[in-house]
Design a binder for this molecule. Structure first.
Ligand code: NAD
Length: 271
């Protein structure tokens, strides 16, 4: 997978949510480099989405920016309608959009809880459902892919690692785990694969505050046995491979990409 092969996802259409910054940008670019035409979903950051489209087009790929708040059913449905009108169908969805609203548990308002659940969990439900409806309607196109559709959920190490001060976020990612696995079980007979990527610390705007002083960076690295923060392109390459037929027998799995964060590094010397 080191060198992008534009035949790997040739003639496939992908929707990547939250592709105006961070991991979503890298995923969209990787899918495009491997030959997919990509819908660049964004909520507010039109400039970020435009820049992603421009970069993909400059590299010879195809991309279209579509605005939709993934927590709003009508907007998600409109985005998939527009995608199908423009490109004909959808083969890959990467439900990546997500946010954090961090606050101590006892101070957390219902609004703060609900916002994170609405975007991170309900947003993925809505995107997966619209994609799956189209995958089932169209069925397998053997000349394009062995699967009728590929679902990739952007989860987190926090689908299994508890996170004090971020209860809403950790709950949303734990929910994504069972959403993805249950969808994978239900849709496998339709030749639809569903998997998650569980990133550890990847250098993007979402976690800038955890890295902006040398002390914070050091504390973060103490949680990462491999001793580096991840790069969004690491995640992009994994998403392109997971969406390809090289991963055709993988479904219902979370692949953690975390430099060993889920290896309980505290036990390397303690315990
Ligand atoms: P980011 O803040 O750069 O990107 C998040 C994207 O989601 C942005 O483009 C934002 O505009 C979009 N978004 C937010 N609300 C939206 C909405 N309602 N509708 C549509 N788009 C919306 O952060 P990132 O690190 O690139 O995060 C991407 C995903 O990766 C998230 O699901 C996040 O939980 C997950 N993740 C990130 C890390 C990390 O270390 N960066 C680790 C684990 C998981």
């Amino acid at each position: 997978m080191a060198t992008p092969d534009p035949r790997r996802l040739a003639n496939q259409i992908a929707v990547v949510t939250g592709a105006s910054s961070g991991i979503g940008v890298a995923v969209a670019k990787a899918l495009a480099a491997h030959g997919a035409a990509v819908v660049i979903n964004y909520s507010n950051d039109a400039d970020g989405a435009k820049a992603t489209v421009a970069d993909i087009e400059a590299a010879g790929g195809k991309a279209l920016a579509i605005q939709a708040d993934v927590s709003q059913e009508d907007q998600v449905q409109a985005m998939f309608r527009q995608t199908i009108e423009h490109f004909g169908t959808v083969h890959i969805v990467v439900a990546n959009a997500g946010l954090q609203v961090d606050t101590p548990f006892v101070d957390m308002t219902l609004e703060q809880w609900q916002k994170v659940i609405d975007v991170n969990l309900t947003g993925q439900f809505l995107c997966l459902r619209e994609a799956a409806r189209e995958f089932i309607r169209r069925g397998v196109q053997p000349e394009i892919s062995k699967a009728a559709g590929k679902i990739i959920c952007m989860s987190s190490v926090h689908e299994i690692i508890p996170w004090a001060g971020h209860v809403n976020y950790a709950a949303s990612k734990g929910g994504i785990m069972q959403l993805m696995k249950s969808v994978a079980q239900e849709l496998a007979p339709h030749k639809i694969r569903a998997n998650s990527i569980g990133p550890g610390a990847i250098a993007t705007p979402i976690n800038l505050s955890a890295r902006d002083t040398p002390e914070e960076e050091k504390a973060l690295l103490s949680l990462i046995p491999y001793n580096r923060v991840g790069d969004p392109t690491d995640v992009g390459n994994l998403a392109a491979w997971l969406a390809s037929d090289e991963a055709d027998y993988i479904t219902g799995q979370t692949i953690f990409m975390d430099g060993g964060m889920t290896l309980y590094p505290g036990f390397a010397e303690g315990g």
